[in-house]
Write a protein that binds this ligand. Structure first.
Ligand code: GLC
Length: 553
């Protein structure tokens, strides 16, 4: 079909750039430290390994790296259970390694964002150990949420809240004499007790933790569960099961309470008191784009992950709606939008988009990358997406580590075309080379088995192959830097046939065919890059199924 691709404006989402911070259009590469690169051969990625591989990020064209937690932790939830916020876990190296990594990144022109986990500590944190031996109502318990149980003997949890990982959000303590005692709240695993943010000591401690890492030179923080620190007064029952899902959008008395914003405001003041543009990015699960935008008001955090887009199906109309809503919501507060396709908590997008065909999944993933990199705002890349890595869907249960796996039956999990909805399949260590015990991940093995087919997806195998996903990302990121119209400026939609998205930015057009058949369009301009080969006929171009193309106009 041939259709007019006119430049008439539809919904004009153009907006002024409203500021010049580096983060407004940054490409930020997420390193899941445990699975990125292993320097010592124990099969677990570490900070030295990550530092040695930073040139890959710089060569890719990323502006910054976000490192997932590498702090001292019993690893009940991949390090999101922190026992000492100022120490590096020996699994991942030393504080000197963290320091080296930050310096090397800066030398390479990369900024560094680290995770901070303020909603909960590890159950091995000295505060929680003191709380367990402390008396009910005493100061040691005031830093957490301890409550007597309900029922005649206190044998029932204080309310009906459920853990995101399954089962009740409360665990009963046992006194030194073996008698059952109070219950404590944990929205995630029992090894992750929730902190009480009404306690001033908690606030002071986190200010000090942020300063510790800022003084070491980090450029910002990814704030874990930024929507969870404040719970509704009185902790009311919810009255139903199936409450919170990972990255969910339900309205709940333990998420997205108005009180969290005051904490983020105080952190913004702290960040602003440091030289350079230090940023905070919220991992917040909000019920709507409007609620999410509250986290990025001018006096709050700089960015929030846009999970609404991540959850959008492969459908042009649905994608356009989410893009419009996301841009409008963030524009209303003058913040940039972020675009995220994958992270360490979700099924990798080539698999999400596959609809039963891995080849289709990869086609769509490549196209989606070009779409998101063409949109206004900042883009988060999850390690390995530049290689087109799929989710690993046949992991043996014996090697799984996701705490949700141990607390939930596979039934009822939303598999989203992954193995079963658990999170190990997106955390398999990266392949760097065609051969070697762990395809170059490290000198030893790998904590999760890598599929043999990943030899062909390794950085080594894809480098220099013009048809590879890695070279597509490299070209796209280079163009994104070069073209003044990309990054943090406005965009307009162009008229396009059903199933096709066409958007214009200054001097630039992006066309995405989401259909399973090719579409023929008037040639929009000079072809810059496309996720699949294009075919021309006179003044028209045929865009293959599930393909995105960039044009200079
Ligand atoms: C965030 C992290 C996730 C972790 C959870 C609890 O959602 O991304 O990996 O399990 O917080 O800290």
């Amino acid at each position: 079909m041939t259709q007019e691709l006119t430049t008439s404006l539809q919904a004009d989402t153009a907006r002024p750039s409203g500021g010049s911070g580096w983060w407004r259009d940054a490409v930020i590469y997420q390193v899941y430290v445990r699975s990125f690169a292993d320097s010592d051969g124990d099969g677990i990625g570490d900070l030295r390994g990550a530092r040695e591989r930073l040139p890959h990020l710089a060569g890719l064209g990323a502006d910054a790296v976000w490192l997932t937690p590498f702090y001292a932790s019993p690893q009940a939830d991949g390090g999101y259970d922190v026992a000492d916020y100022r120490a590096v876990d020996p699994l991942f190296g030393t504080l000197a390694d963290a320091d080296d990594l930050v310096r090397t990144a800066h030398e390479l022109g990369l900024r560094v964002i680290v995770d901070v986990v303020p909603n909960h500590t590890s159950d091995r944190h000295p505060w929680f150990r003191a709380a367990l031996t402390g008396r009910p109502g005493g100061p040691d318990r005031a830093r957490y949420h301890f409550r007597p149980g309900r029922g005649a003997g206190g044998e029932l949890p204080p309310n009906d809240w459920e853990s995101v990982f399954g089962g009740p959000a409360w665990t009963r303590t046992t006194g030194p004499d073996g008698a059952p005692g109070e219950w404590y709240l944990h929205l995630f695993a029992p090894e992750q007790p929730d902190l009480n943010w009404d306690c001033s000591e908690v606030r002071e401690e986190f200010d000090s933790v942020l300063r510790f890492w800022l003084d070491l030179g980090v450029d910002g923080f990814r704030i874990d569960v930024a929507h969870g620190m404040v719970k509704a007064a009185g902790m009311p029952d919810i009255g139903r099961t199936e409450q919170a899902k990972l990255i969910g959008s339900q309205v709940l008395p333990f998420f997205d309470q108005d009180g969290v914003h005051e904490i983020h405001r105080s952190w913004r003041r702290l960040l602003d008191s440091y030289p350079g543009d230090r940023i905070g990015v919220a991992e917040a699960w909000a019920p709507s784009p409007e609620r999410l935008a509250l986290y990025v008001r001018p006096d709050e955090l700089h960015q929030a992950f846009n999970f609404q887009f991540l959850k959008s199906p492969w459908d042009a109309a649905a994608m356009r709606t989410v893009i419009d809503e996301s841009l409008a919501a963030t524009a209303s507060v003058g913040a940039p939008t972020t675009w995220v396709l994958s992270n360490h908590d979700v099924v990798r997008h080539p698999t999400r988009y596959a609809d039963g065909s891995p080849a289709r999944g990869l086609r769509r993933a490549r196209a989606a990358a070009l779409l998101t990199l063409a949109l206004p705002g900042s883009v988060y890349l999850y390690q390995g997406e530049e290689l087109g890595l799929p989710e690993v869907v046949d992991l043996p249960d014996a090697c799984r580590q996701d705490p949700a796996f141990f607390r939930t039956s596979a039934e009822g999990q939303d598999g989203q075309d992954g193995q079963d909805g658990f999170r190990d399949g997106c955390r398999v260590p990266l392949p760097w080379s065609r051969s070697g015990a762990s395809y170059g991940f490290g000198p030893g093995g790998s904590w999760l088995p890598q599929p043999a087919a990943w030899a062909g997806l390794s950085v080594e195998a894809q480098t220099g192959d013009p048809g590879s996903t890695l070279e597509l990302y490299r070209s796209a990121l280079a163009l994104r830097r070069e073209l003044p119209g990309l990054g943090d400026s406005g965009m307009t939609w162009l008229d396009a046939p059903a199933g096709v998205l066409a958007l214009a930015r200054p001097g630039f057009v992006c066309t995405l065919n989401t259909l399973g058949e090719e579409v023929e369009l008037p040639v929009p301009g000079r072809a810059l890059l496309s996720s699949a080969p294009l075919a021309y006929r006179a003044a028209t171009v045929r865009i293959p199924p599930d393909c995105c193309a960039w044009w200079a106009i």
